[in-house]
Ligand binder design. Structure first.
Ligand SMILES: NC(=O)c1ccc[n+]([C@@H]2O[C@H](COP(=O)([O-])OP(=O)(O)OC[C@H]3O[C@@H](n4cnc5c(N)ncnc54)[C@H](OP(=O)(O)O)[C@@H]3O)[C@@H](O)[C@H]2O)c1
Length: 289
């Protein structure tokens, strides 16, 4: 039976979102995937029902745009884009990737050209910490939405008490939020509960914290279980960390980065196992580093 005939698995695949850092060298474990591998990765996602793609940094938009164009499958995909505009190279140091910059009128055409599309399905308005600039970029994003050029607007990492900001007579411009949710995020419960109360879709991210947290816990697991194989322990950690984040209360969807196309099937299969049971949760959390 193909994955698309398997309804529960494909419903779970649709709850996963491919992380944009899959397309850059800096924020992960594996070396940068070459363009053919990136295209194969996007193809593997689409073929298995994982149809939403995040792109935070500018090179991620370019890479995803190329892959979808090469496959001729833009219409099957939903794209998340962010206000990050620094173009960097694979050897740029991680600390020089640049941060968010307030949207300006020319940015929409720039992002659409990089993504090789005419519509952005989900646009994140990442605050830049300057009241006037943040109000201005939100107005601009709303104008793009009114013009039918972007879909839902979202926000990054709101404080749990954010709903006061949108109390009447203010209107709530956002339909979704993105925030890390993993074994290292003690404040996640309040933030996700508040977001659901506001009626937002919730996108968790970083189940493995770039893969670096998985590596740290692997070392600890190996020290405790020297007879177990490293591959088996890594597979168990990948399974448990993904399910911990995906089935966390009030999490709708999970953004996970993968440079290897073969991780797509593995992560979808892991998601299909459902929430962790008590013993699995205890094993994972006991590996605190
Ligand atoms: N945390 C933030 O600040 C933030 C901000 C904005 C957006 N995001 C979004 O969230 C996404 C995910 O967060 P993240 O970058 O922290 O990464 P992550 O998803 O927590 O971890 C990605 C790493 O896990 C490895 N991996 C994936 N599946 C695996 C499996 N089944 N077995 C073993 N290893 C596996 C990947 O390895 P390979 O390299 O071998 O594939 C990759 O190095 C980002 O790409 C981005 O789209 C995060």
């Amino acid at each position: 039976m193909s994955p698309s005939q398997n309804a529960p698995t494909s419903a779970l695949a649709a709850r996963l979102i491919l992380g944009g850092h899959s397309f850059i060298a800096q924020l992960g474990n594996e070396p940068l995937a070459d363009p053919d591998t990136q295209t194969a990765l996007v193809q593997a996602c689409l073929d298995q029902g994982l149809t939403t793609f995040d792109t935070t940094y500018q090179p991620e938009r370019v890479a995803l745009g190329k892959a979808l164009a090469a496959l001729g499958r833009r219409r099957e995909a939903r794209i998340i884009a962010w206000n990050f505009f620094v173009p960097f190279a694979p050897d740029t140091p991680a600390q020089a990737l640049g941060g968010p910059a307030a949207y300006e009128p020319h940015h929409l055409d720039q992002m659409l050209a990089e993504l090789q599309t005419d519509f952005i399905d989900h646009l994140v308005v990442h605050a830049v910490g300057h009241a006037a600039k943040d109000a201005g970029q939100l107005d601009l994003a709303r104008s793009w939405q009114s013009a039918g050029r972007v879909g839902d607007l979202g926000t990054w990492h709101p404080e749990p008490d954010f709903s006061r900001q949108f109390a009447p007579p203010q209107t709530n411009p956002f339909a979704f939020m993105v925030r890390p949710c993993n074994v290292n995020t003690p404040n996640a419960p309040a933030a996700f509960a508040a977001a659901k109360q506001a009626g937002w879709h919730t996108f968790a991210c970083s189940p493995f914290v770039r893969g670096w947290e998985m590596d740290k816990r692997l070392q600890l697991a190996q020290a405790r279980q020297p007879a177990a194989s490293s591959d088996a322990l890594r597979a168990r950690l990948a399974d448990h960390m993904l399910r911990y984040s995906l089935f966390f209360p009030h999490v709708d969807r999970l953004i996970v980065a993968m440079r290897r196309p073969e991780w797509v099937a593995v992560n979808i299969q892991n998601a299909a196992a459902g929430p962790l049971d008590e013993a699995q949760t205890a094993w994972l959390l006991d590996l605190r580093v």
